[in-house]
Design a protein around this ligand. Sequence first.
Ligand SMILES: [Zn+2]
Ligand SMILES: [Zn+2]
Length: 207
Amino acid sequence: MPKFDLFEIREAGTVSIVRFMQQIDDFSHRTSDLHEQLSRFVGDNECLKLVIDLRDTTYLPSSVLGVLIQLHNAGCEVHLANASEDVAEVMQVTQLNRMIHVNETEVGPWEEVSGSELLRVPLEGYALTCPECLHETQVDKHLLGKRATCSQCSGELSVTTEAIREASHVFATCPACMTQLRVRRDELNVGMSCPQCDALIEIRVIV
Ligand SMILES: [Zn+2]
Ligand SMILES: [Zn+2]
């Protein structure tokens, strides 16, 4: 694994989530390092979608914004999550939200809640509909940007960001009973009982 000293990364299914290691306004003198490190991460991992978690950040310096726009121009879909109202307003006024998606993606807390009975379960895949036979096929979360094969007709499905966004159901395995669960997308990031074993689980994009 390459080392990055300016941010932490968590792989979360089809996206990579970035959290900066220091106050973002301290980056002005390290903008080229930030660009180099993020570009290297994106290139090495064929990352198509990057989510910048702006929790604890109220202000997005133009130097950092410039780096994000360069990543967008290089073909990476860039999202801001947990952006403050001020940041969201700046993005709208400058119309930069046409390039960089603001608060469309939800990112939960990084730290585990200690003493909780809740089992955090990673999202495994999405239910996509085959355009040929309309059969629902489970597509692994790592196939974004690639092609999947329909389990019924063996036709090809393009696993695009749009297709994943439109998927109404997701898949995960209950860690208590090992049953594979198919749940509605709006049940993501919400505590629920496993329908098989009643264990309290929460299927998360980030674990
Ligand atoms: Zn099919
Ligand atoms: Zn279970």
